[in-house]
Design a protein around this ligand. Sequence first.
Ligand code: PMP
Length: 370
Amino acid sequence: MTDAPDIPVRVRPEVAALPPYKQGRQAGAEAFKLSSNENPFDPLPGVLERLRAATALNRYPDASATRLRERLAERFGVGVDAVHIGAGSVSILAQLVQATCGPGDELVYAWRSFEAYPWLAVVAGATAVHVPLGGGARHDLDAMAEAITERTRAVIVCSPNNPTGPIVTQAEFDAFVERVPSDVLVILDEAYAEFVTAPDAVNGLREPGGPRRPNVVVLRTFSKAYGLAGLRVGYAVGHPRVLDAARSTAIPLSVTAHAEEAALASLEAEAELLERVREIAGRRDRLAAALRDAGWSIPDAQGNFVWLPSGDETLTFASAFEEAGLIVRPFAGDGIRISVGEEGSVDKVLRIATSVVMDLPEGHPGRRLA
Ligand code: PMP
């Protein structure tokens, strides 16, 4: 919100009431930025070279990013029309919500989850329906199925869940989809899919041919595993009719030629990039194990981040991290999300996490039973 004096321009009241999007805090030169689930590695040199070679800044990009769609379509064994590219997967989320949910309609999702979800519902004029996470900070898919009403137009399933970390299993997802009416869109948000090591996790693109049901759309991104968060490029795989609806609400030409080129180059260098993803997942597992050894009770971490259920101590603990040069993401009254960053950040995170855990009262859900 700004402090500027009010003016008579009429803004939709629900929009005026929205808090502005809160980004993970930027870090000073000395600090580690562990607040936005970014990839700590720079893009590969080959990717940077391709970007440098891509000129033509005076020209508009190819509106539908055809080359990238063709490449992804081939990879996932679907038609080109079953792939849609957006300026980050959050753009596609917004398009899908705009396309399905209007005033009076309901958007169902788990909570706590990705902060953009409630905001997407409000901007579309729709009603956000939060379904509390169940045990282990996991999606409660039974409760989500029960929350679907005549007014529900779309449901979002986030696996692994941002910010808590656990996955939804393939069996849970399949059983859930059986219960969702065929005219309700299911958006499977897999922004962190590449970091998952749990063998039973849902994978919306496991089989060639894309999602089996026409009302399921899978979202992936180049921001996290592929390290291109700054260029903004993500994709959806789903039924062409659903993606056409998303395309109809899209702001034209928002995916730049550079983003498309970098995504293509990253797919070519995938083996090398996925080696780094394995390294980050290994670092995550070491961090999670050490946090548990230090006395924290934390949920399963399957993305590139860990979740400390710090409850009422969240803001105090976040300041302790910050004073030590670690910018983390606090959710007041709930918990702290810490991205898995540079190797040098791990010991520092552990040092602070170990020093604060004993400030949690005995019996606190964030504290492991001794
Ligand atoms: N989905 C989830 C669950 C996320 O955490 C994020 C990024 N924080 C996104 C989607 C959007 O990522 P992007 O727009 O960079 O692809």
